[in-house]
Design a binder for this molecule. Structure first.
Ligand code: HEM
Length: 430
């Protein structure tokens, strides 16, 4: 029988269901390991992960979306492949998207995003998030049950980002349909992630954003899209319309599955960790700490990837230019050298925010403040309006041996469906 660590992370559906056991088997070979017969390294160590994510000089983010297993469109040669890489960037999946950019191109585009998720902007949006989540939760509680992911999580996060960006209300319904049809990032279904395919659902969205931003160039309004339309890079140059459109679309994509799945993953812990929901109900100020622990234990981004563009090192290991690295964020977050009892859920872990569930370094998740706010607020509503939340045993089996269906993606860790039973609190209707 093939040893677990010799199976293929990128295509094996069992590993997809439980990547943790696989990454532990990989970790058995050390914090950095090249699987037999594969042309990439896997990094499971926490310190090594942080080291790579902070070393933007030697490591390029260009293969973040394509993943470490995808072949490069060129044969790397020499001790510095930067020029080769730039000449081939557009042939790499998503090579021109923010998350895959390097150096000044990344700094420029990132400077645009950093103005979007400011604390004051998020504060202003909190009211919308609270009202909308309360409406969704009350409806579900009145029904006594709900399928969380498709019925609540996905429309919720879609509408929140639509509102934040300033997508007109009449188009929001259509946006939801596009999002519903879109495959998750890192989908295992071949070809589903090809953003250059004009039939890709995200491409349809680009047309809308081009119109919104184009309209706001001559006639700005008081919204984020107007701000983007008139933004300048730090060096004073203006972004091209197509770059602004790509950025807006990417923001929709990046924030959808990840946040929606974080809500699902959190709900699993809330329902399955004995006593947790009562503790959170009694003291909702513990919800942020709970979310960080879920991001560590079961963050919705399992891994990212980097490409060594110069001869370099990770720890003491020599890494030649051209080496692809799978950076297993979810394994770094369970590295026993960093996290005592790493597989246990602990609400009061010290320095929990050091987890790498949102990545680290200059590509650290730009939407993390939004994800934290939106998931916290909707969980507050769930806990406020219920006296008990449980998984539907007829769908998922009893606690201790749950039957759960995970999305087929090598990037996203999240449930395809989560059926809940909801017992109303005494204040229902208030
Ligand atoms: C729980 C929810 C989320 C998780 C776990 C998550 C995770 C991540 C991770 C791990 C990265 C870094 C990837 C890398 O270094 O290669 C990242 C980048 C990014 N995320 Fe998130 N994300 C979440 C929600 C969001 C939301 C809600 C948005 C926006 C609406 C967003 C926008 C972005 C953007 C724009 C980047 C690229 C940043 C850059 O390259 O400079 N994310 N995210």
């Amino acid at each position: 029988m093939t040893a677990l660590e010799d199976r293929d992370y990128f295509t094996d559906y069992e590993i997809l269901k439980d990547p943790y056991e696989y990454f532990e088997a990989v970790r058995g070979h050390g914090p950095i390991w090249q699987p037999t017969g594969r042309d990439y390294l896997i990094v499971t160590g926490f310190d090594e992960t942080v080291e790579i994510l902070n070393n933007n000089r030697d490591f390029s983010a260009v293969i973040g979306l394509a993943g470490a297993a995808a072949p490069l469109p060129f044969q790397p040669h020499g001790s510095d492949i930067t020029e080769q890489l730039e000449a081939n960037r557009s042939k790499i999946l998503g090579g021109d998207l923010l998350v895959n950019l390097d150096d000044d191109a990344h700094n420029n585009m990132r400077s645009l995003v950093n103005r979007l998720f400011t604390p004051s902007r998020l504060k202003a949006n909190e009211e919308f998030i609270r009202e909308y989540s309360e409406e969704l939760v009350k409806k579900a509680v009145a029904n006594g049950s709900v399928e969380l992911i498709k019925t609540i999580s996905t429309p919720f996060v879609t509408l929140v980002i639509a509102d934040l960006l300033g997508v007109p209300e009449q188009d929001r319904e259509h946006f939801m349909k596009i999002i519903e049809a879109a495959p998750p990032p890192g989908s295992l279904e071949t070809g589903e992630n090809d953003f250059s395919d004009e039939n890709h659902p995200m491409v349809a969205m680009a047309g809308y954003f081009a119109r919104y931003i184009g309209e706001r160039m001559p006639a700005p309004r008081d919204d984020i899209l107007s701000e983007l339309a008139h933004a300048e890079y730090p060096d004073g140059t203006k972004p091209r319309l197509e770059d602004l459109v790509a950025l807006s679309v990417f923001m929709f994509g990046a924030g959808q599955d990840t946040s929606a799945k974080l809500l699902g993953n959190s709900m699993r812990y809330i329902t399955d960790v004995p006593g947790l929901q009562d503790r959170l109900r009694a003291d909702p100020s513990l919800i942020p700490a709970m979310l960080e622990e879920v991001l560590r234990l079961e963050g919705s981004t399992k891994q990212t990837a980097r490409l060594a563009r110069r001869d370099t090192k990770i720890g003491d290991l020599d890494v030649p230019a051209g080496t692809k690295v799978l950076v297993a964020l979810s394994a770094a977050n369970r590295d026993a050298r960093r996290w005592p009892a790493p597989a246990d859920f602990e609400l009061d872990r010290k320095k929990i925010k050091e987890h790498v569930g949102f990545g680290r370094g200059k590509h650290v998740c730009a939407g993390a403040p939004l994800a934290r706010v939106e998931v916290r607020i909707i969980l507050e509503q769930f806990l406020k309006h219920t006296s008990n939340i449980d998984l539907d045993e007829s769908r998922h089996g009893p606690r201790g041996s749950r039957d759960l269906d995970f999305e087929p993606s090598f990037i996203i860790r999240g449930l395809a469906e989560l059926h809940l039973k909801l017992t109303p609190s005494a204040d229902i209707g208030s």
